[in-house]
Structures are given as structure tokens and as C-alpha cells.
Design a protein around this ligand. Sequence first.
Ligand code: C2E
Ligand code: MG
Ligand code: MG
Ligand code: MG
Length: 290
Amino acid sequence: RAKQRGRDTYHVFDPNHDRLLQVRHEQRQRFLDALAGDELRLYYQPQIDMCSGRVVGVEALIRWQHPERGLMAPGQFLPTIEATPLEVDLGEWVLEQAMRQLVIWQSAGIMLPINVNISPSHLLLGNFSQRLGELLARYPTVPPAMLKLEVLESAAMHDIQAALTTMAECQALGVNFAIDDFGTGFSSLTHLRQLPVNLIKIDQSFVRDMLSDPDDMAIVESVIYMANRFQRPMLAEGVETLAHAKALIALGCELAQGYGIARPMPADELPKWLVAWPKRADWIALGRTH
Ligand code: C2E
Ligand code: MG
Ligand code: MG
Ligand code: MG
């Protein structure tokens, strides 16, 4: 059998390969246990309108509360499951969890949309919009517009026709889209115009260094200019300081997310943060001073 022969061949040329495969397999098995057990958490990072100070939504970010290794960020475990069926299992868990959180917050009088990151393999699975419709039907009290899906620019571009079809189906259900890490992919302007996105998120790597690196500043300026020309709302990620905030407002970008505003936090810390935020006098209503 070809598969068997392939394995033997690997054995001949690389004795470490089987070991590597086994480690991968064990890591994935461990992640499956985490998913089935109670070790995954969603953290939430607020998104604000810098001009008014208003909180416009939150982004859900996955964390793994590992019994031995502590709180793990997605960079420590997502690569292991990338493009495997586990990525889809995780995606469905995250969506379900976000819907539950929306119900909880709704009953507490907190009406903030949740942005959920959708992996390319999940979005392009083929039955994504159908599964999303089923999910929404299980939570009839939650308006679909409370859910916003963040899709990587690169994912949308990978198979533009499939992405466009699926996104249109989801939008017909009332769900909104954001394009994540904008500026890091290679989308042409034509494609950007085609994409039915309700929000463009400027990648944090450009925003973070925009005040010290003229090239990054040029990219940020161009994205803001383009988004304004296409009349698409945009949000800057990675806003770490007040100086960033003021520069972005001056350039015409009013929505922001970043450590300077708030770090991602567990769901039960959000109500407290929402009360404390309006007291951050330096950050509130920047629009009035500019
Ligand atoms: P992303 O969607 O672009 O999320 C923004 C990342 O930037 C988050 O990292 C967030 O914690 C971090 N961040 C926010 N503000 C700042 C800032 O001011 N400075 C800096 N240096 N970083 C900031 P995180 O939580 O580690 O997530 C990394 C990536 O993992 C996300 O990038 C997203 O692509 C992916 N991810 C996170 N949660 C999920 C999920 O539930 N599903 C999928 N498929 N991917 C996820
Ligand atoms: Mg995101
Ligand atoms: Mg991003
Ligand atoms: Mg990113």
C-alpha cells in the first residue's frame, strides 16, 4: 500500500518523522480533551468609538486554561490544529459560547455585539452558513446582528468565489462581517470592493509602530483613505497609547481596540470594566478635544 510504503520511506530517510507525527497526534488528542472538558475560555476585548467614548462591541479571543501550563494564548495551540477538523470543532464551540454569552449579557442589560474569529477552513467548509442558521435558530432571542464574524483577509482571498457566496448567505441571515488583519494579505482593490464586509480592521502590527515607522504610518494612512473612499467603517487594532488614538482620529479612524483601552478579559470582568471606563477621563470623548 502506498501509505504503508510512504511510512517506511520516511523511516529510512528521517527516523524523527514518526516521533514528530506522534507528538502532533498527542497534542491534538490533548486539545480534543480540553474541548470536551472545561479548559477553553473566551476572553473579551472591548472596542470603542474614540470620538464619543462609546463602547461599540467586544472581540472574543480564545484562551486555554491548561491545568499544568496555565493560561495559554491562541498562538501556543492554534497552529497545532490548523487546517484539521479540530479547527472546525473549536470554531463551532466558540460560536455557541458567544451566543450563550450574548444571552447572559442581554439579561444583564448589556447589549454589545460580539466579534468572533472564524478560521479559513471553517468558513470554507461548505455548510458554514447552514450551520450558522441552525445556531441562530437555537437562540431566537438574540438578534443575528449581535454576532460579527472576523475573517482574515488572506482567507477571503484564498477562494474568493466560495468566500463571497458563503458571506452573502450569512449576511442574508443578518450576520455581519469584519475583515481582520487588513493590510497583511495581498488583496487587490477590486477584491476589497467586492467583499461584503461591514468593518475593516487595520492590522495591529502597522498601528503599533505607526508613530515611529514612516512605512507603517504610510500603510495606516492608505488603508484609512481607502476605507473612507469605499465608505466602509474601519477599526484600528493594537491601540496601545493615547498618542496612537489621537493620531488615528486625526487621520479619520474613530473605532479602536487595544491594550491602551483594555486587555482581553474574562466575561465576568466586563461589567466592572464598563462601569470604570467612562471615568478614564483622558480617553473619553477624544473627539471633542480635536
Ligand atoms: P486577532 O483576531 O487579530 O486578535 C487580536 C490579537 O491582538 C489578540 O491576540 C489580542 O489579544 C491582541 N491585542 C489586542 N490589543 C493589542 C495591543 O494593543 N497590543 C498588542 N501587542 N496586542 C494586542 P490573541 O488573543 O493572542 O489572539 C491572536 C490571534 O489568534 C487572533 O488575532 C486570531 O487570529 C486568533 N484567534 C483568537 N481567538 C480565536 C478563535 O476563537 N478562533 C480562531 N479561529 N482564531 C482565534
Ligand atoms: Mg480578530
Ligand atoms: Mg487582527
Ligand atoms: Mg491577528
